[in-house]
Design a protein around this ligand. Structure first.
Ligand code: HXC
Length: 252
């Protein structure tokens, strides 16, 4: 959709960039000209993404829950590519569990990956963008149960709602620096991670697809193109907003 070269000279960080939607977003930004650092806990998938980024990728194994590791991620990106223009908070964890059966540690695991990780990465990248003095874009990946509630995923729903509030807050607080903060809200997207966590069998998958008015799961690429658009100059007057890309799922 966007012209090749849209991100020429720009540098992006994508968390959870080793797989699924994060990889698709990293590759789309790369296709459009960005240099891209991908972060995630396991090095092998990151290396695979970097191999697809045609020489403009950097793998930085990172646990986004660890403030020092997140600071090191931004430092490594700046060392390699000189700056940071775009941050995509995509890393997530999720599993289906009844709220009454969710252990305190299970709650903490998901909330800290999604919400602590989103904040720590925004803070570290935002400080770099503020120091650079010429703006930037932060995009966080949420889910519509941030506002509808999500029975069976109370940890993720609460954390994603937190990301929306964080995004709106940063949109205003960092507007004077020219930094925009937005969210995308994908519906069920055909990735291995989401499938394993949320629709492990073919039957589950068909049931989920049937809940989408458009009758199918999203491909990662059709979400990634809008992620890139929101991080581009074409969205220069959009901030604090959430773009839902879900085939009408949340309206059903
Ligand atoms: C119940 C579980 C569990 C499960 C883990 N726990 N999996 N409880 N059911 N299926 C509990 C553990 O028992 C433990 O608590 C605590 O959670 C931490 O588990 P660990 O495995 O030690 O933690 P960690 O290695 O940090 O793993 C984090 C994780 C993991 C969230 C649990 O699943 C993960 O990292 N997943 C990343 C990939 C992922 O899930 N992607 C899907 C995102 S898709 P105790 O009390 O036993 O110590 C998505 C899309 C939503 O979010 C879109 C909707 C439309």
């Amino acid at each position: 959709m966007l012209a090749e070269g849209t991100f020429d000279g720009k540098v992006a960080i994508v968390t959870g960039g080793g797989s699924g939607l994060g990889r698709a977003i990293a590759l789309e930004l790369g296709r459009l000209g960005a240099s891209v650092a991908v972060a995630g806990r396991r090095p092998e998938p990151l290396d695979e993404t970097v191999a697809l980024l045609a020489g403009r990728g950097l793998a930085v194994p990172t646990d986004v829950r660890d403030p020092e590791a997140v600071d090191a991620l931004v430092a490594a990106t700046v060392e390699e590519f000189g700056r940071v223009d775009v941050l995509v908070n995509n890393a997530a964890g999720n599993f289906v569990v009844k709220a009454e059966d969710l252990s305190p540690n299970g709650w903490r695991a998901v909330v800290s990956i999604v919400l602590d990780g989103g904040f720590l990465c925004s803070r570290a990248a935002g400080k770099q963008m503020i120091a650079q003095g010429d703006g930037g874009a932060i995009l966080s990946v949420i889910a519509s149960y941030a506002w509808t509630g999500g029975p069976g995923t109370v940890h993720s729903a609460a954390a994603k709602a937190g990301l929306v509030a964080m995004t709106r807050t940063l949109a205003v607080e960092w507007a004077p620096h020219g930094i925009r903060a937005n969210c995308i809200c994908p519906g069920p997207t055909d990735t291995e991670g989401a499938g394993a966590a949320l629709w492990p069998t073919e039957e589950d998958r068909a049931r989920v697809a049937a809940t989408v008015p458009l009758g199918r799961l999203a491909t990662p690429h059709e979400v990634a193109v809008w992620a890139a658009a929101l991080c581009s100059q074409y969205a220069g007057y959009i901030t604090g907003e959430t773009l839902t890309i879900d085939g009408g799922h949340w309206l059903e």
